[in-house]
Design a protein around this ligand. Structure first.
Ligand code: ATP
Ligand code: MG
Length: 262
């Protein structure tokens, strides 16, 4: 069964796009069929996947506005993933959606058409709780929340959790917090360790055991349009995302087994 995961945090620069591209690449390396959906006008996931956001014939904007077919807009990537690319046109999509009927459900409706073609659909959200993020949450089965373990990390988390709760109560009752992911982690930093411990105290097993370290390869890879796995497969960053992919797959198997026993 396919799983749609939104990667969201309205805080900027916490590792959403890095997680989307590298978790996707790691899942693809285990022969899962993975679609990355770029829903951020910055188009960073698109560029990070090696696709030029300025030369798109059609994008996620056109798909959301009903001006392109999703099947014709998805592009195949070299590493076995697929991408629904996005760029600055998404700013227009956000405005257009505000006037549309079913404005929160547009992404969900189009992803339904291709859902069975993929094992995982990962949606890269913009750093905002706008209509694009609401569309991602409405389409998703789960949310992955990347967090940097710093003083202000927990600030803003409550408004994200409230938004998730509101979407669950209105458009998407199946939505769950899939997991909180500690990113850019530096174990030598005392504050980072304290915040990491606070997160596990507060959210228990919803915090992934896998931790993404601060690793320069993760920052370099997108400038080559590559995942860290393609750029330097032995780097600590690439290995950390492989470990996370393994954890997600194991969790899902456990969940499926529990559901089957119910
Ligand atoms: P935005 O909110 O702007 O979309 P984001 O949450 O998607 O940002 P990223 O773009 O993934 O965050 O990461 C922000 C910056 O930090 C990027 O330059 C990225 O290359 C770098 N970065 C992300 N994760 C790591 C890491 N684990 N180690 C080192 N650098 C990282
Ligand atoms: Mg981003």
């Amino acid at each position: 069964m396919s799983r749609i995961l939104a990667i969201a945090n309205q805080k900027g620069g916490v590792g959403k796009t890095t997680t989307c591209v590298n978790l996707g690449a790691s899942l693809a390396a285990t022969r899962r069929r993975v679609l990355i959906v770029d829903l951020d006008p910055q188009g960073n996931a698109t560029m990070g996947c090696g696709v030029n956001k300025n030369e798109l014939d059609a994008s996620s904007c056109d798909v959301l506005l009903g001006e392109s077919l999703i099947e014709e807009t998805i592009v195949a990537l070299d590493n076995g993933m697929w991408l629904l690319p996005g760029n600055n046109d998404l700013v227009a999509a956000e405005v257009g959606l505000l006037q549309a009927e079913d404005r929160e459900r547009r992404l969900r409706q189009v992803l339904e058409l291709v859902r069975n073609d993929f094992d995982f659909i990962l949606i890269d959200c913009p750093p905002s709780l706008n209509m694009l993020t609401i569309n991602a949450l409405s389409a998703a089965d789960g949310v992955i929340i990347p967090m940097q373990c710093e003083y202000y990390a927990l600030e803003g988390l409550s408004s994200l959790l409230e938004t998730i709760e509101r979407v669950r109560a209105t458009v998407n009752p199946r939505l769950q917090v899939e997991g909180l992911l500690r990113t850019m982690f530096d174990p030598r930093n005392n504050l980072a360790n304290q915040v990491a411990a606070q997160l596990t105290d507060h959210f228990g097993d919803r915090v992934y055991n896998s931790v993404i370290p601060r690793n320069v390869r993760l920052a370099e890879a997108p400038s080559h349009g590559l995942s860290a796995l393609q750029y330097d497969k032995n780097s600590r960053g690439a290995v950390a995302y492989l470990t996370l992919a393994g954890e997600i797959i194991r969790r899902q198997k456990k969940q499926n087994a529990a559901n089957a026993n119910q």
